[in-house]
Design a protein around this ligand. Structure first.
Ligand SMILES: *Cc1c(COP(=O)(O)O)cnc(C)c1O
Length: 455
């Protein structure tokens, strides 16, 4: 066995050990950053070491500091796990080590993107022929789509951003719901557009389409972007797309949808009503590493008009072999990157259309079970309408909610994030992992009841 094979076998053993531990291990990490640093050893070695021994040291030192993100009882933030075919395909991505900039450089990679892109449009109910770019996550997907939108509305106003930049050009107006994710504000800042103008939202966090129409009608017409949301992180609520898109169209705005996890409702016949009207937008950002459960990092930047995203993201250096069909790098801000479409293809190929629908329905069913179980606990109230995968609950006062959250984290059976919503300290549950079972939900509810009893 050569050194490479020995290192890979070592990694394989550790990976299987880690995955097998997920069923029963404590969800939060046992070790602190400092403890892992000590175990790794902070000194840079003077010379080479055996690759297999390096992998062994890495895995052994990190094991106690790992959080069970891919396990069935992690409900914090919005975090997916790793579907088996997607994880295995991701290993191949590293072994293949393809540079995914150009079609001509890796026909295999370009082909996988070409197959996976239309599958995604089909499953998400988005227009045929849209550009599908594979980004690091939804934040970068928002960036990519909003860049295409910014440049398109300025082009319509006679301004060429690619050539002239932003300075001296017409001001771009950006409107977003007040409960938008901060992953919208950050790319707007990167794009030189500053803070969005906030439009009031209802109690579930859905943008008020009448308030949007009034805000758009107010003031001089200007190049405008409207950012809508599919899936609010506390309530899981979806913006009322038909009315909101209509209002935006009347103002000739570019409409973008941040659907990091919520866009996947469209994949399920039972939940597709939540995204109704969403396909009439101009661009959509979502994550594959959340609801689809592929490994990090993988987001999707989808733009109805491929030439719009190509104008903003394409590279036109003449030393590159430009293909008339466009290159993978025309759709995202990066040049060299890993083959992110490969695990997406593998997840879709192994789940099929019905498998993705079942996955979405299962996550929603677990969320409803959480809501029912929590509502039955003395002093607990579920604060949101549970329409998708998110549940927000609170106890009588912020102090008790905080005590329950602390007990829960000490207990270690689950990871549930605390958050602030509608002026209250809340317990937020996001069911996003393919491997969560009914039994996991039962164990989690038992842990919440235990924490509530003593808090
Ligand atoms: C998670 C999330 C994002 C950010 O996604 P990343 O993949 O972390 O970049 C944006 N919007 C919403 C609604 C999210 O839930």
């Amino acid at each position: 066995m050569d050194a490479r094979e020995a290192a890979l076998r070592q990694a394989y053993g550790h990976a299987l050990g880690w995955l097998a531990s997920l069923a029963d291990r404590r969800v939060p990490a046992r070790a602190s950053v400092e403890e892992v640093v000590r175990a790794l050893g902070p000194e840079l070695p003077d010379g080479p070491g055996d690759p297999a021994a390096v992998v062994d040291l890495l895995a052994s030192a990190c094991e106690p500091g790992l959080t069970a993100f891919p396990g069935g009882r992690f409900y914090g933030f919005v975090i997916g796990g790793t579907e088996p075919a997607a994880l295995a395909a991701d290993w191949l991505v590293s072994a293949w080590d393809q540079n995914c900039v150009l079609r001509a450089a890796s026909p295999a990679y370009a082909a996988v993107e070409e197959v996976a892109g239309p599958w995604l449009l089909d499953i998400l109910g988005l227009p045929d022929g849209s550009s599908v770019g594979f980004t690091t996550g939804a934040t970068t997907a928002n960036f990519t789509c909003l860049a295409a939108g910014r440049d398109a509305v300025l082009r319509k106003a006679g301004w060429d951003t690619a050539r002239a930049g932003l300075a001296g050009g017409p001001a771009v107006r950006v409107l977003a719901g007040e409960q938008r994710h901060m992953a919208v504000d950050l790319p707007l800042r990167h794009l030189g557009l500053g803070e969005p103008q906030l439009v009031p939202a209802d109690a579930q966090g859905r943008i008020d389409p009448d308030a949007l129409a009034r805000a758009l009608a107010d003031g001089q017409p200007a190049p405008t972007l409207v950012v809508l949301q599919a899936g609010e992180i506390h309530s899981g609520a979806f913006d009322p797309f038909p009315a909101a898109v209509r209002a935006a169209r009347e103002a000739d705005a570019w409409v973008h949808v941040d659907g990091a996890f919520g866009l996947w409702a469209a994949a399920s016949p039972a939940h597709a009503h939540l995204t109704a009207g969403c396909a009439a937008a101009d661009s959509w950002a979502t994550d594959a590493h959340k609801t689809l459960n592929v490994p990090y990092d993988c987001g999707l930047a989808i733009v109805r008009d491929p030439s719009a995203v190509r104008a903003s993201m394409g590279l036109h250096g003449d030393y590159l072999i430009l293909h008339e069909q466009g290159d993978p790098s025309d759709k995202v801000p990066e040049l060299s990157r890993r083959g992110r479409a490969v695990p997406v293809w593998a997840a879709l190929r192994s789940l099929g259309r019905s498998g993705v629908a079942d996955l979405v329905d299962r996550l929603c069913r677990h969320a409803c079970a959480f809501a029912e179980g929590i509502a039955a606990i003395d002093g607990a109230t579920v604060l949101n309408d549970v329409v998708f995968t998110q549940v927000c609950a609170a106890f009588e006062d912020d102090e008790r909610t905080e005590r329950v959250l602390t007990r829960l984290m000490d207990d270690g059976t689950v990871w549930i994030s605390g958050s602030q919503w509608r002026g209250r300290r809340v317990m937020r549950i996001s069911v996003s992992n393919w491997s969560t079972t009914d039994e996991d939900v039962e164990r989690a509810l038992a842990a919440i009841r235990r924490a509530a009893r003593t808090a």
